[in-house]
Design a binder for this molecule. Structure first.
Ligand code: SF4
Ligand code: SF4
Length: 432
């Protein structure tokens, strides 16, 4: 019994909540809304009455379960280690089982399962994006929606890439004397928007003598479906990725987005608990799944020789699902501190949720922006010129916030800075 298949799976977690209220102090939603059901304690109480059969799972209640970024700040601050994020995910899955999935979400997740159709849609979208999006003026890249369709009028989106990342590369990128062969899980954001991040990951792995395989049949990680309670779609997407990677074979799977990493390390195994063959496959790949920062610090230590100077003052934002979800926070900082020329300045609360949380920012754009504005104020306080992070979704949210606050920061993935340093090092060596 997993949290995705039965609400009963979280009954013990709910009982462990002593209603002490410690979660209030850290919940980004509660800080904005200041009402009880916005915080973990309130949601846990709702699940308790549902489990006791004392209430119906109404639309209003389902709406309250949507008020969570699954940032896990409450979990980290809970004296009883109650996994309130999992309680919320279980409640959302239960809501879909009892009430059905919203028709728009149904269409989106169905399209995500039809990879060719989704690919085609994104390619067409890249050609006609100017119809819906208006380029922003000034030094920053990106565009805002021309019409307010409820996605946040001021939100700055990256442009869709003219050519998806995965079609820019061969399936196998060979190197001389490879130390390892890894399979790169790109995720949708890198594939369709942030191809520069994907290129940086490949460049860095090549410099470090790692052969890279990009399984062509991979697709969406399934997290948008699983966090919205569409368990059948999430399962289908998980299975497709597992099959695609199993077919190619590799010593490790490398991920450079925090949701994708969570999917491979934790979610696939839980989702496929009742399908023994796939569960075995999910466990096998979970054991060799690495965030790129983790991989370069713990598995194939990144080369320090050949690093060129990158004159930047950088602050680092911890993505929630990397920091609290995978306990990876030292590794990106170690990489940044190793790059000559970079001065790392910590912001006030680097682990505070940026408010993006994938589809949360689409369902609750205003709330997402309010949460994000606190992060942007912390960034502004650092007097830096660059924000580094380790997740494309956080990059989108931070970039939008930076532009709207009138800041000059460039927002990048840690790998882009490392790739820049290697490129400068190689240029300097060639000039000698
Ligand atoms: S979730 Fe944890 S911190 Fe929050 S009220 Fe329950 S026991 Fe306390
Ligand atoms: S996971 Fe984050 S947003 Fe959700 S209840 Fe906990 S602290 Fe609040």
């Amino acid at each position: 019994m997993s949290i995705y298949t039965s609400l009963d799976a979280v009954s013990e977690y709910v009982l462990n909540c002593t209603k002490c209220g410690n979660c209030q102090a850290v919940c980004p939603i509660f800080k904005e809304m200041l009402y009880e059901v916005a915080v973990a304690r309130g949601k846990n109480s709702l699940v308790e009455v549902l489990l006791d059969g004392k209430a119906e799972l109404t639309e209003g209640m389902a709406e309250r379960f949507s008020l969570c970024t699954t940032c896990m700040a409450c979990v980290a601050n809970c004296p009883n280690a109650v996994p309130s994020d999992k309680i919320v995910l279980a409640a959302r899955a239960e809501a879909v089982r009892r009430r059905g999935l919203h028709p728009i979400k149904k269409v989106i997740f169905r399209t995500l399962k039809l990879q060719r159709l989704f690919d085609f849609g994104m390619k067409v979208g890249s050609k006609f994006q100017g119809v819906a999006l208006k380029r922003i003026e000034g030094k920053h890249y990106g565009a805002r929606m021309r019409f307010n369709i409820g996605l946040g009028k001021e939100k700055v989106f990256p442009n869709l890439a003219a050519k998806p990342f995965r079609s820019q590369y061969p399936t196998v990128i060979k190197v001389d004397k490879p130390k390892m062969r890894v399979a790169f899980f790109t995720g949708c954001m890198i594939n369709y928007f942030y191809t520069d991040m994907g290129k940086a990951v490949v460049d860095v792995l090549k410099v470090n003598d790692v052969e890279v395989v990009i399984p062509p049949d991979q697709g969406c990680c399934g997290i948008p479906a699983s966090v919205n309670g569409d368990v059948p779609s999430a399962k289908a997407l998980a299975k497709r990725n597992l099959k695609a990677f199993e077919e190619m074979g590799a010593d490790a799977v490398i991920v450079s987005c925090s949701s994708g990493g969570t999917a491979w390390k934790h979610v696939y195994s839980e989702l496929l608990e009742d399908e023994p063959e796939y569960k075995k496959l999910a466990d096998k790949w979970a054991a060799k799944a690495y965030d790129i920062n983790e991989f370069l610090v713990k598995v194939v230590p990144f080369k320090k020789e050949g690093l060129g100077r990158v004159e930047r003052k950088v602050t680092y934002h911890d993505p929630c699902h990397l920091n609290r979800g995978q306990k990876i926070n030292k590794e990106p900082r170690e990489i940044l501190k190793s790059i000559p020329g970079i001065e790392l300045v910590e912001m006030k609360d680097p682990g505070r949720c940026c408010g993006m949380a994938g589809s949360f920012s689409i369902v609750h754009p205003d709330l997402s922006e309010k949460i994000g504005s606190k992060k942007i104020a912390d960034i502004a306080g650092t007097k830096t010129d660059t924000v580094a992070t380790a997740c494309p979704a956080c990059r989108l949210q931070l970039h939008s916030g930076v532009v709207n606050a009138g800041l000059d920061h460039e927002v990048v993935h840690v790998m882009q800075l490392l790739a820049e340093s290697y490129a400068k090092g190689s240029m300097a060596a060639a000039a000698k």
